[in-house]
Design a protein around this ligand. Structure first.
Ligand code: NI
Length: 179
């Protein structure tokens, strides 16, 4: 396992449309996921998408078994590997809430997301995943899957009066974290 460098906004590789994964349960895919898990853990990420480490594949991971110090007041999301995802909004309701991104260090912005979604895809062995979720879980999935279509959360921000530095907006988080 290797902690990989996380690409930052401005890097053109973050703007690509990721390729679907066609082969499952391969050493290459397991290696990619091991690197992604280690990289995400090293920086307390809520999630990580393969394009963020320069791999242009439709692979995201998110969630964990302990509270995330970067999002201390948010509910737990089950640790998930999601490959070739398809998101379907359920209803038209949106929620506005704060997001950060490991590729946009030091900043937070309020981002509108679908309140309730169904997401489908497969795991690293090609086994189907099909879940209906809402709230923070739905937000994390939408954020991570946006990385697979070249979208970073600032591109979704509508009101830039609600965008700023973590250390100013959330000094209690910034004291513990360096993003
Ligand atoms: Ni992100």
């Amino acid at each position: 396992m290797t902690i990989r460098d996380i690409l930052k906004m401005g890097d053109a590789r973050l703007l690509r449309i990721a390729e679907p994964v066609r082969a499952f349960d391969t050493p290459e895919l397991h290696q990619l996921l091991a690197d992604m898990r280690e990289t995400m853990a090293a920086v307390n990420g809520a999630g990580l998408a393969a394009p963020q480490i320069g791999v242009n594949s439709q692979v995201v991971i998110f969630g964990g078994t302990a509270r995330n110090p970067r999002y201390p007041d948010r509910p737990l999301v089950p640790p998930t590997v999601l490959i070739n995802p398809v998101i379907t909004p359920l209803g038209t309701e949106e929620e506005l809430d704060w997001e950060g991104c490991l590729s946009v260090p030091g900043l937070r912005g309020k981002v509108p997301r679908w309140s309730r979604i169904r997401y489908a895809g497969v795991d690293e062995r090609g086994q189907a995943i099909d879940r209906t979720v809402n709230g923070f879980h739905a937000r994390v999935v939408q954020h991570e899957c946006d990385h697979l279509i070249g979208k970073l959360y600032p591109m979704r921000v509508r009101d830039f009066s609600q965008f700023g530095f973590t250390e100013v907006l959330f000094p209690e988080i910034s004291a513990a974290e360096d993003d």
